[in-house]
Ligand binder design. Structure first.
Ligand code: C2E
Ligand code: C2E
Ligand code: C2E
Length: 91
């Protein structure tokens, strides 16, 4: 209840990510692997990522962050609660 106002965190399902077609999921897979390496976080089933990382991935995929968030959810690699957590406004 204390955390009710916090936005849902963006969580990648690392298991599901491994089963996707590399031609589409490749950039996301490499990005997640880089974050894991930077953190030394190799043993998780999920990986929490930054809001900013969705903006970076949106540039890589040439999509709006909102569209990309929906696509990742439809692939089953991003938690559905993440929908609405990312907006397209720039600083
Ligand atoms: P950094 O951004 O200078 O962060 C240094 C340390 O601050 C991190 O070490 C972590 O312990 C903590 N930290 C920074 N931001 C957050 C946050 O939003 N949440 C939490 N829980 N902790 C935070 P760590 O995890 O060993 O990461 C080392 C470096 O790896 C980071 O240095 C950053 O350059 C990179 N990195 C790690 N995870 C991510 C990520 O999800 N996205 C991006 N863009 N870079 C990341
Ligand atoms: P949650 O965010 O729903 O995460 C559930 C579980 O997913 C975590 O259990 C952990 O096993 C895994 N998980 C989530 N993100 C990562 C990740 O980036 N790397 C790895 N290796 N595993 C991840 P855990 O650790 O027992 O945490 C339970 C709950 O405690 C979390 O639920 C969250 O609500 C809270 N929590 C844990 N760490 C943090 C944190 O750094 N920041 C915040 N705000 N909450 C945290
Ligand atoms: P979290 O740890 O619960 O952090 C929630 C939000 O608090 C972050 O959202 C960020 O806005 C802010 N925050 C927390 N720690 C720091 C910090 O050291 N420096 C700054 N500038 N802001 C901080 P954000 O960035 O969207 O990250 C979402 C989640 O992704 C984090 O939840 C954490 O689970 C994970 N994460 C992000 N960056 C790192 C990192 O460098 N290392 C690790 N281990 N986890 C990270």
């Amino acid at each position: 209840a204390a955390a009710a106002a916090a936005p849902p965190r963006l969580k990648l399902d690392l298991e599901a990510l491994q089963h996707l077609d590399a031609s589409e999921a490749g950039p996301l897979t490499r990005y997640a692997a880089t974050i894991q390496a930077q953190r030394g976080d190799y043993n998780g089933k999920v990986l929490s990522i930054r809001q900013d990382d969705m903006r970076t991935l949106a540039v890589i995929y040439d999509e709006s962050p909102t569209t990309l968030t929906e696509r990742f959810i439809s692939w089953g690699v991003l938690n559905p609660e993440a929908k609405g957590d990312v907006d397209d406004a720039s600083e």
